[in-house]
Design a protein. Structure first.
Length: 144
């Protein structure tokens, strides 16, 4: 039984919708690669971390306080894309994702402003995503 042009014309949008729904379902159920957690005792001094056999350095300039801008610098040799997301465990802190931009020194930079936590907590996790690989860096903001 051959399909008429009208039937094909009506079926194409439904096939496209089905493909979109299937793609969304796959995207939501995929298992992301686990994050590597690293300690950085003083982000002002900076720290060197290992990621896939390369050394990544992370450093901040300025006070780590809520509602006060600070500069985040990440040096990741050969990286194409660097993002930083700021969260708190068991606390919705809204959308705090920053795309770092390449700088003249070969690193990546962003100006960050953290929101106030209504419960008064100061324990944050900075999740750096470097070309799809993630490093979590816990830190605590300063009081003043």
């Amino acid at each position: 039984m051959a399909l008429s042009t009208r039937q094909v014309f009506l079926a194409v949008p439904w096939l496209a919708i089905g493909l979109v729904v299937a793609s969304i379902g796959w995207w939501q159920t995929r298992t992301p690669e686990p994050a590597q957690t690293a300690a950085c005792p003083d982000l002002h001094v900076g720290c060197a971390l290992q990621l896939d056999g390369r050394t990544v350095t992370v450093r901040v300039e300025g006070k780590l306080q809520v509602l006060k801008p600070f500069q985040l610098t990440v040096n990741a040799p050969g990286a194409r894309k660097v993002q930083a997301q700021f969260t708190m465990a068991s606390m919705d802190m809204g959308f705090n994702l920053y795309s770092l931009r390449p700088d003249a020194q070969g690193g990546f930079r962003a100006r960050i402003v953290l929101p106030v936590c209504v419960s008064g907590r100061r324990d944050w996790v900075m999740s750096l995503e470097i070309d799809g690989r993630r490093i979590d860096l816990p830190f605590v903001t300063e009081l003043s």
